[in-house]
Design a protein around this ligand. Structure first.
Ligand SMILES: C[S@@+](CC[C@H](N)C(=O)[O-])C[C@H]1O[C@@H](n2cnc3c(N)ncnc32)[C@H](O)[C@@H]1O
Length: 243
């Protein structure tokens, strides 16, 4: 029994789903059936509204940075702004970790973006993204986003060399996905991007608490594989760099 709900932000684009929230959870009502948008699949996955926009939590950890941002969409906008994608041209972009697709969607909206390829390892996350009306553009039939299911560390091995002009690498924290912070993976990132490509890499700031500076460790590894002009952006808790 769902109590104390209030209508959330919107209906789905065709009006057939109504979303409500009790602030902790998000609920979708379709054909008179109410579903709570959380699920277990080895881990616990949940959508939770923050200022009218859902974020994804995995085992209680937020997958979108909201500190210093009103909504997770503002974070995605700021990440894409730092990529400096020109207004004209035809650009192909890799968004390594799809999540709810906010960074992929923001990159896809740029006027000169031809294609965004985005990868997601978890079926549960894809399912929640399919229910999330803010992720609709990920699955638009005539859109310019190609979502791929699987681990980016495997999928990337089949991508052509130098096929991407820009990369957004927004993985979970290094303790939860160490392979996405490894020299081996960075070599693949280097291989698949064009000379002059700009890359954003979320690294977080939790390491500082334990006396580790995660951004310095990552920076060293990135330099060794050949990336340059590496700069830490505090507000985004990430590095911007180039090939
Ligand atoms: C920080 S979130 C990405 C948020 C996303 N940029 C957005 O705007 O919603 C990280 C996502 O990476 C996924 N992930 C973890 N390991 C992965 C891997 N090896 N390959 C692809 N996705 C992975 C997680 O399931 C999670 O959905």
């Amino acid at each position: 029994m769902v109590k104390k709900q209030r209508t959330f932000f919107c209906k789905s684009s065709d009006g057939s789903i109504t979303y409500t929230t009790d602030e902790k959870f998000l609920y979708a009502e379709k054909d008179g059936v109410v579903m709570r948008l959380d699920l277990f699949d080895k881990h616990y996955y949940k959508l939770r509204p923050v200022n009218g926009v859902p974020i994804l939590e995995i085992d209680g950890l937020r997958m979108q940075l909201i500190r210093d941002f009103k909504t997770p969409l503002d974070y995605a906008r700021e990440v894409v702004r730092h990529l400096k994608i020109p207004e004209k041209g035809e650009f192909t972009i890799l968004d390594s970790c799809m999540g709810l697709g906010y960074t992929a969607i923001e990159a896809a909206k740029r006027p000169a973006t031809k294609l965004v390829v985005t990868c997601e390892i978890s079926h549960a996350v894809v399912t929640l993204a399919q229910w999330n009306p803010f992720s609709d553009l990920l699955f638009a039939k005539d859109g310019n986003i190609v979502p791929m299911q699987g681990s980016v560390s495997e999928l990337i091995k089949d991508f052509q060399s130098e096929m991407f002009h820009f990369i957004i690498h927004d993985p979970p924290r290094d303790s939860h996905a160490p392979e996405l912070y490894s020299s081996e993976f960075y070599s693949q990132l280097y291989r698949v991007c064009k000379k002059g490509a700009r890359i954003f890499h979320y690294v977080g700031s939790v390491g500082k608490v334990k006396g580790r500076k995660i951004e310095s460790e990552v920076e060293k590894r990135l330099r060794v594989v050949g990336f340059r002009n590496i700069k830490y952006i505090e507000k985004l808790q990430g590095l911007i760099f180039e090939k």
